[in-house]
Design a binder for this molecule. Sequence first.
Ligand code: 13P
Length: 250
Amino acid sequence: MSKDVRIVANWKMNKTIREATDFISKLPNTIAVLSIAMPFTALHACTKNKPPLLSLGAQNIYFESHGPFTGETSAEMVKDAGAEFVILGHSERRHIFSEDSGAVNKKIRQALLCGLEVILCIGETLTQRDENKTVEVLREQLFESLFELTEEQLDQISIAYEPVWAIGTGKPSTAQMAQETHFMLRSFIRDKWGQVASEKIFILHGGSIKPENIQELSSQPDIDGVLVGGASLDVGVFTQIIQNAGNIKK
Ligand code: 13P
């Protein structure tokens, strides 16, 4: 099954409205399919004058639709502000804000109900890897986050495998190690949802992606794209990532 490499930026808690709109205005007109997950506050302003193939997303939502949940933001609200997708289960949400896969499952359901696509993040810590728990941790995060979702619902979901030890460290996974893990994740999907679902689903890779390693990582057969943190904050560096990915044929 042929797929275009998908490139997703995760800006995390960075960029004011002005910085975000300025960044978007500097993207080359020629960009292919591209996504940026940005702070809620910048979404609406960025819907104006954005390149047509650029999709905007949020980095979190709450699993209830509305009500007395001070400080939370609903799926409907981020959709209304211009989001087409949402990143859920990012390791920073899991580790800093104690979000577990049960909560992630509820958030995924709410996002799908409101017509948002989902990028589900999973990944093991260095300690878990050193203790040979990588397979167990990834299986648990994947299956609990996707608990009782149908093959049809899976159509609206991508997976992002981000080893926690590679996030923000400048030390990415080797292409071979990443490929082995992506292959395993695809086989988990195949066992549960079937061959077609496992071929269709996008499995992105994240953790210290930069212009120098995008080619090698994205050329692996089971890596369908990337989720870029730090290197997506500078429009020059990010443009280089997009350009380097542009040469990849899958
Ligand atoms: P870095 O690219 O900064 O390592 O961050 C990865 C990440 O967390 C993207 O979601």
